[in-house]
Design a protein around this ligand. Structure first.
Ligand SMILES: Nc1ncnc2c1ncn2[C@@H]1O[C@H](COP(=O)(O)OP(=O)(O)O)[C@@H](O)[C@H]1O
Ligand SMILES: *[C@@H]1O[C@H](CO)[C@@H](O)[C@H](O)[C@H]1NC(C)=O
Length: 323
């Protein structure tokens, strides 16, 4: 794939990933039922499907589909779900040089039951994701330190995420941290090694203890998060777009978006983060507000189709003004 048509990414640099994701891969096992089962009850569903998920891989897939050169640092099981996941990454043009397989745990799974009203119950078994360790990160250190942007979330151990962020940050790589799922007592070092700290409303609430239900409240939460040491805070607001607060901003800025009718919002935040990483890596001179407007537009496309990665748009299907 042409690396975003940028002359600077040809020749020798071609081998290096501009966006490196250190994070999770999960196999989604989805059953559709008319209602959710009660304790001890067996019910029949009307449809079953397997999907590729996990926040890390989702973000990597979205960045890759926009044309970023990507590499995924992750761990799956030495099992059929793991084999299929690695094949899925390859299908998306993602480097799997550091996609490890282990015999010591199963590939991460999310068992999901969805009823006719769209309500769900979910059990996540992170499995192999939790075995991604320091040794794995050391093996990937040259890719991490040569990246333009490195992304982490919290579906691998916090220790692995923090080590990866610290490694990238110390090499001057732009770090994009998505603290999801949120931890109430996040290690304060996460803030100081994050160039971009991007969370949604509920994560902002958990992290700050403040209520976040409007752009104004999101701005207040962003001020609190910036005080903890991040250079740039972004809070996504669903159909309301996002709020940003850069280091030198005197007040938060709301970046609204064109509201669309959502079919399936699963993974919208991951589409947004993946898109933002693509712009940070391949259009570093674009004003931040433009990057966020475009990331909003890409995430809006993802909510208009069913599924997670299946709903993520490719560059070829998007309007040229986004590139
Ligand atoms: N109905 C919608 N219309 C337009 N954009 C949307 C809509 N829902 C979500 N988005 C886009 O997706 C982004 C992420 O959505 P959000 O709900 O905040 O994340 P999460 O997936 O973490 O719940 C938003 O910032 C916005 O850009
Ligand atoms: C924010 O993301 C979490 C996953 O970390 C999800 O469970 C939650 O529903 C999201 N909240 C909003 C308001 O979208």
């Amino acid at each position: 794939m042409a690396a975003a048509g940028e002359p600077g990414l040809q020749g020798q640099e071609e081998a290096e990933a501009a966006v490196v994701v250190v994070g999770s891969c999960m196999t989604d096992l989805v059953s559709l039922t008319s209602r959710l089962p009660r304790t001890g009850e067996t019910i029949h569903g009307h449809k079953f499907f397997i999907g590729f998920g996990g926040k890390g891989a989702n973000q990597c897939v979205q960045a890759a589909r926009l044309g970023a050169k990507t590499s995924m640092v992750c761990k799956v099981g030495k099992d059929s779900f793991g084999n299929d996941y690695i094949e899925n990454l390859k299908q998306n043009d993602i480097s799997t040089e550091f996609a490890y397989q282990t015999k010591d745990a199963a590939t991460g799974t999310a068992s999901i039951i969805v009823n006719n009203e769209g309500q769900n119950i979910i059990v996540i078994v992170a499995g192999a994701n939790l075995l991604l360790n320091s040794e794995d990160l050391q093996k990937a250190s040259s890719a991490i330190s040569r990246a333009k942007v490195m992304i982490c979330q919290l579906e691998v151990t916090p220790a692995a995420s923090l080590e990866a962020l610290t490694m990238a940050h110390s090499h001057g790589v732009k770090t994009l941290f998505n603290p999801a799922p949120a931890l109430a007592n996040l290690d304060p070092r996460f803030y100081t090694v994050s160039n971009v700290f991007c969370c949604n409303e509920s994560e902002a609430e958990i992290l700050t203890g403040l209520a976040v239900g409007s752009p104004e409240e999101a701005g207040k939460a962003a001020l609190t998060l910036r005080d903890r040491g991040c250079r740039l805070v972004i809070v996504t607001l669903g159909a309301d777009g996002c709020v940003m607060l850069a280091q030198t901003d005197s007040s938060p800025k709301h970046i609204p978006t064109e509201r669309v009718t959502a079919v399936d919002t699963t993974g919208a935040g991951d589409s947004f983060v993946g898109a933002l990483a693509f712009y940070l890596a391949h259009y570093p001179n674009l004003p931040l507000e433009d990057m966020l407007r475009r990331a909003n537009a890409i995430a809006a496309v993802s909510v208009q189709a069913a599924g997670t990665q299946t709903s993520y748009p490719y560059r070829k299907d998007l309007p040229s003004h986004l590139f």
